[in-house]
Design a protein around this ligand. Sequence first.
Ligand code: NI
Length: 204
Amino acid sequence: MAILKVARMGHPVLNRTADAVEDPTAPEIHRLIADMVDTMADAPGVGLAAPQVHVPKRLVIFHIPESGANNEEDENGNEAEEAVPMTVLINPEIEALGEERVTGIEGCLSLPDMVGMVPRFRHIRYKALAPDGSVIEREASGYHARVVQHECDHLDGILYPMRMEDLSTLGYTDEMNRNELPLGARMRKKKLETEQETEVGDDG
Ligand code: NI
């Protein structure tokens, strides 16, 4: 096992469509997974896609720690979420369940020290192979759905700024924390404004 170098935005491996994994049970795939788990833990991060460690294959890992699970709980306390244990998705496919999107904060190990507000589908279903070759099929919402969409985007050469609708919310984490409102409050304020605008737009 080893800690791998993480590719940063600008490296071509992050811009290409990754190739399907032919055999999820192959020893080299299991070695890659073990190294990715080490790399993600070291960073630390909640998710990592194989292209981020310079391997253009359709494989991602993620987990939702207890502390990250409630990030998108709404003002009524709905959608408090459960942690998700370390999960490996090989050749994943995502299907949106409904059109509803929610805008939330994202960061990426390939854009160190930056964050931005990104719209994602609120509810998804995803299907993938596990490292033992079995099929994983789950429905996810909120933060869990966000992480899976972010990681799987890496397999199609998409980084989160390419999904952003308002690039004024993209910035360095420490700068954003230093300014008039702490990042969390700023983002929540922005989110409210965005939701109001969206409502107006939908009604019109
Ligand atoms: Ni990322």
